[in-house]
Design a protein around this ligand. Sequence first.
Ligand SMILES: NC(=O)c1ccc[n+]([C@@H]2O[C@H](COP(=O)([O-])OP(=O)(O)OC[C@H]3O[C@@H](n4cnc5c(N)ncnc54)[C@H](O)[C@@H]3O)[C@@H](O)[C@H]2O)c1
Length: 334
Amino acid sequence: MIEGDVKTIIERFEGDEGFSGKAVLVTGGAGFLGSWLCDVLIELGARVYCVDNFASGRWENISHLASEENFVFIEHDVSKPLEIKEKLDFIFHFASRASPFEFEHYPLEIIDANTLGTRNMLELARKNDARFIFASTSEIYGQPDVVPTPETYWGYVNPIGIRSCYDESKRLGETITMAYHRQYGVDVRIVRIFNTYGPRMRADGVYGRVVPRFISQALNREPITVFGDGSQTRSFCYVTDLITGVLKFAVLENGNGEVVNLGNPREVSILELAHIIKKLTNSDSPIEFHPLPPDDPPRRCPDISKAQKLLNWKPKVELEEGLKKTIEWYKGEI
Ligand SMILES: NC(=O)c1ccc[n+]([C@@H]2O[C@H](COP(=O)([O-])OP(=O)(O)OC[C@H]3O[C@@H](n4cnc5c(N)ncnc54)[C@H](O)[C@@H]3O)[C@@H](O)[C@H]2O)c1
């Protein structure tokens, strides 16, 4: 299934020449999104340096690439400086733990990956005259007053809350990125990624990310744990749509110094998501309500008009279709 999806991304990307023969570094390459990037870049003929410390990634996500001549894996923590012998053309900085469970248990590692890690990778981009793409997040908007949220919204974030290690360090990551752009002229692009799901996303137990958590609970016939009354909303983007958008942005001629929201603008409530997954898995799991964690954003929905205009991109995969694929993949995992 993943091979088919990789082909779909390549067909929609239509920019093969952008990566063929290029040296590309992907940090967080053993994670969910990073491993999809590695797969597609290898198919596009790039030489891929995949950097990861397995904080939340898995060797299984990339083991099939180990025998590829153009694939190099480097076990490394991005909060430490990194040298690569070959001259790099692109750096995708995707290394960071990203689930609510991890915000609580690894706040300092998350801060380091997004601040020191971002600076180290920007330094590498500066030395190599490489293009730098930073994986930022919708979380930088905090609890926005404007929904759907455009890139021009500055954010409303609790700097001392439980999620602040993630949203504030991504905000500083964006600041460092723009500082390298302004001070050293590095070609940078910031992608604000909204909830993305698909094969290879880890379930991580009760406080893990919502799509894999609901799927594994439904398949295991365990209670589906909804926080609050489930009326809070999210917008879920299937991984092929997201990766297509990231690659289009990376090769965009006039993308230097730009920031773009990427995500699916269909907003669904968490309770609605629980019912959809229950139906698609034919599960008799009960839905259980738990207290809402602090600072849980009530709404998340991207305004994607900038991405539509700049990249001629919008998501194509319907939620039900993407969930069906993800469920099939999880069935093979459990
Ligand atoms: N998936 C989403 O919905 C989403 C949404 C917004 C932003 N993002 C961002 O996209 C990026 C990838 O997220 P993901 O969903 O693939 O998460 P993931 O946890 O699957 O992948 C993150 C990867 O980074 C690695 N990593 C973490 N800290 C590291 C360090 N210090 N040094 C080296 N490697 C390290 C992990 O081992 C893992 O392989 C992250 O930066 C995340 O903040 C993802």
